[in-house]
Design a protein around this ligand. Sequence first.
Ligand SMILES: Nc1ncnc2c1ncn2[C@@H]1O[C@H](COP(=O)(O)OP(=O)(O)OP(=O)(O)O)[C@@H](O)[C@H]1O
Length: 310
Amino acid sequence: MNTPTLSELEARAGKAQPAFGESAHILCDNLVRIYKTEGVEVVALQGLDLLIEEGELIAIVGASGSGKSTLLNVLSGLDVPTAGLARVAGTDLLAMSAKDRLRYRREVVGFIWQQTARNLLPYLTARENVELPVRLAGVRDRKAAAADDLLELLGVGYCADRRPAQMSGGEQQRVAIAVALANAPQVILADEPTGELDSENSEQVFAALRRANRELGVTAVVVTHDPLVSEQVDRTVGIRDGRTSSETLRREGSDGGIIAEEYAVLDRVGRLQLPRDFTQALNMERRVRLELERDHIGVWPDRPRAEDEE
Ligand SMILES: Nc1ncnc2c1ncn2[C@@H]1O[C@H](COP(=O)(O)OP(=O)(O)OP(=O)(O)O)[C@@H](O)[C@H]1O
């Protein structure tokens, strides 16, 4: 093996290394959010890493209290993380002035809440609700989608003249997606958008989100408990204890069926969380033995080598 010369090493060190997630549309790097209430600290995000590419549609799943809503609140600019890096469409979320934050929330991201009533103003029609964010932004030269076109795209064109009380929950959520898209955002964030709906309405709302993602190219992040939703996205990110713990990728197999594969997440410094049912099944505690093979790494319980070879 040739030992590199000093000048070769210098040249290598001088070459710019791509930064972590440089090309990602959404980047969370070691994100921490600590809440302090009455002297008690709750660590809602404990060093969360997440990369999302432009145009992706992903689901975020996790047990109650795992940090999903905290993450979405940070990405939507409603909340400021305690430490780490969060960047969405080139905007650094930890370094925004109040004015930047307002612009970010109006123009870069769109948001859909679980509670149907929170998304729409009750005294306005669907069309007026969709037109409102465009008026509030007051930007005339930027391309804002026409309200009727958006309602049509999401399958609720027939609701344009109805007020929220004259629509079903599913119709209201589809109008809410149109409101979120009105200022042509780069990213839409939805927190349990089908949480209050029956399965038929959920399906229609999710189909509308998918249509917005495919046809408008908007990046979409959906927090959900709904197995129907998480089974229909290309990637599901699992969050446990304020960290990303697993990813499920779905692709079409050669027979046309959908193949779902679950992966553990390897963080930037090479840490990996083994699923608890795996470690319990093999009585793995405290330390494990690793062996590098040609195309994989073996992980064994901590026992003397001779015992394995008997
Ligand atoms: N404003 C707050 N003040 C104090 N603690 C909070 C606050 N918001 C969230 N937490 C705590 O942070 C942790 C993560 O909460 P978060 O709402 O992000 O979880 P979640 O995964 O969205 O849960 P759910 O599925 O029940 O909505 C929880 O322990 C929660 O009690």
